[in-house]
Every structure is written in C-alpha cells, then in structure tokens.
Design a binder for this molecule. Structure first.
Ligand code: MRU
Length: 333
C-alpha cells in the first residue's frame, strides 16, 4: 500500500512482514496520526499484538499468525503449544485458525519457517488482487459505493478485500465515490479506511454509523464489505453494524457484496448461529484515550461483530470469482 512516511516520502509498504529475524508491522492503533512500525521476536508478543489490535482485519490476522508460527519454528518452540496460544488471541476471524494450521503443517513437514510464512503472506496478497479484478468489473463511472469497517490493505497485508475492487477501478481510471462509515467504537472506518482512500486518492467521505440509511435513501449504487468468518450456508460475521446496513440495503434494493478470500470461509460451521462473536472490553466504549466519556456507573456492551444472514448477500467476491450464497459449496478447495 502507498504510505507517506515520516520523512515525507511515499513508500509501498505492507501491514506485516518479516525482516532481520523480526516480525514487523504497522501499529494500526496509531493511524492516522502517526505511522509507527513495531517489531516482535517472540510469538507470544505477536499473539498479544493480534489481541490488542496492533494488527487486525481477518486476512492480516491470518498473516500475523503465520509469522508468529514462523518465530515459534525458528526458536524451536513447542509447535502444538504455540498454535494453541496463537489461536486463543481472538475468536471470530477464521483466517487466524486457517493460517495457524497452514503454518503448523508446513513446519511439521520441515519447511523453512520464513519462506513458509512469506509464502502465506504473498498468497494472501495474490488472492486480494484477484478479488480486486473480479470486484472491480462491477464498478462503473459515477457510482456511489459504501463500505464499513476497514477491509483494505491494512486488514489484508496489502491491496484489501472490500477495498480491492475500488483500488482496481481507480487504477483503471474510473470515477466513483465511497461512503466510509466511521465504525464505532474502534473507528476502523474513520481512521484506517479513510487513511487508505486518502493515500490512494480515491474520492470519499467519512459518515457517522447511524447515517447509512439516510445516505442509502439518497442513492447508493453498491455496498462492499469484508468478512471475518463465512459459514457454509453463506451467513457471515463482520464488524458490528454490518447487519444493519445489509437490512437497509435490501429495503432500498441496493446490491450488497461481501469480498473475502476462500480462507475466510469456514465450511465446518454450518450456519451463522454457530459463529462465536467476540465481546470486547467496556473501556473501548466508555473511554477515549485516558478520558471516560460515559457516566460512571453505566455498563457498556461491546460486541465486535454481528452475523448477517445469507439472504441479504448479493454475492461473495472471492479470488475464484463471484458466488451467490447458494453456490458457495462450488468454491471448496
Ligand atoms: O476487529 P477488526 O478490526 O479485526 O475487524 C475487522 C473487520 O470486521 C473487517 O471488516 C473484516 O475483518 C474484513 S477484513 C478484510
């Protein structure tokens, strides 16, 4: 992804990578005010970085987990214990489990840890490029698009899932506009998606979460979101607030697409009812930095994701093409 560095130069960097024996990643909690790179040498610290959302977004969580397993492999740690520890970082994003198992198998087979993790990461980016090609073809000049949360390069190592079609269409010279919803309480839409769209020069505006129905009533041509886990029947978990948008989109007849690699599809989970929804801390809701903004004594609830039933999905944009929810079984690897 393009990123303006501290020295004022624009460079092409990834959200996570391996360099000189260390896992390096953009600290996504610091954006958009600062571009901070952090380093880790122990798999437990990478797991903590996943948990505290230094790194986040399903495919990027997957790649970070792959690099955590790489550190475990390099230091000859107990791989079963490392895999268990890394998988415990967050419960919902399926890529975390997929990537950890993928690396476990490679390490057990004797593959070089760095080469294997780099291969996993490169594969993730290749899949995103294909998602961009399939999804980009849906975008026409003059369209108004809407997205939620951050499903861009930061969430996927590079390129993105929901943002990949937008990047592809922008590179092809198409002119379109993106509504990015702010995404309370962690503000991934305002702080990360808007940062990425800015870096790419894609015309956009940040909107309050509660205004999505208003803007849809004024005319939105297509919605593209990412996903954290997609069940075998096409029900999918994504950032809290996705379900509301899908319901409103159906009301207005707006096409609603979910962009995700096949590694986000959990074919062993039959329906969305079986997806575990992460409950995060009250403080993410009640505090801004160190300042409490909610009344002392009020409780806060903070589910990180919701599940949108398959009937609301127009299509899943994957690296293998675009599938209706009823066609999902055809994409199995
Ligand atoms: O809690 P996060 O920031 O990890 O949640 C991310 C999302 O919900 C994204 O929309 C989803 O992971 C798709 S990422 C390409």
């Amino acid at each position: 992804m393009k990123a303006r560095m501290e020295n004022g130069r624009t460079e092409d960097i990834k959200a996570v990578w391996f360099e000189n024996g260390k896992v390096r990643m953009i600290d996504q909690r610091e954006l958009p005010l600062k571009l901070v790179i952090v380093d880790f040498e122990d798999y437990r610290d990478v797991a903590m970085a996943i948990k505290n959302m230094t790194t986040r977004g399903a495919p990027c969580i997957g790649a970070s987990a792959a690099y955590a397993m790489c550190l475990a492999g390099l230091k000859k740690e107990d791989l079963d214990e490392a895999a268990r520890y890394i998988k415990a970082a967050r419960p919902t994003a399926y890529d975390l489990f997929y990537a950890t198992d993928w690396m476990y198998d490679r390490l057990k087979a004797g593959d070089d840890p760095v080469r294997a993790a780099d291969a996993y990461s490169d594969l993730t980016v290749d899949k995103c490029r294909k998602i961009g090609e399939y999804g980009g073809a849906l975008i026409r000049d003059g369209m108004k698009l809407m997205t939620h949360c951050n499903a861009g390069a930061l969430a996927t190592v590079d390129v993105g899932t929901a943002l990949a079609p937008m990047r592809n269409a922008h590179d092809a010279g198409k002119k379109f506009f993106v509504y990015a919803s702010e995404t309370r309480p962690r503000l991934q839409g305002m702080q990360l998606t808007a940062w990425e769209l800015n870096q790419e020069g894609i015309d956009h505006a940040i909107i309050p979460d509660g205004s999505a129905a208003y803007y849809m009533s004024q005319g939105v041509d297509m919605i593209i979101v990412g996903a954290d886990r997609i069940a075998a029947n096409g029900d999918f978990a994504n950032k809290i607030g996705t379900f509301d948008k899908a319901i409103v989109a159906k009301h207005f007849g707006i096409p609603f697409y979910v962009a995700a690699p096949v590694s986000t599809f959990d074919f062993s989970t039959k329906t969305g009812k079986d997806i575990v929804i992460e409950q995060r801390s009250e403080e993410e809701m009640t505090m801004v930095k160190d300042i409490r903004i909610a009344p002392v004594g009020s409780k806060a609830l903070n589910p990180a994701f919701d599940v949108t039933p398959a009937e609301f999905v127009t299509g899943f944009i994957t690296e293998k093409g675009i599938f209706k929810p009823t066609e999902i079984s055809e994409m199995k690897e």
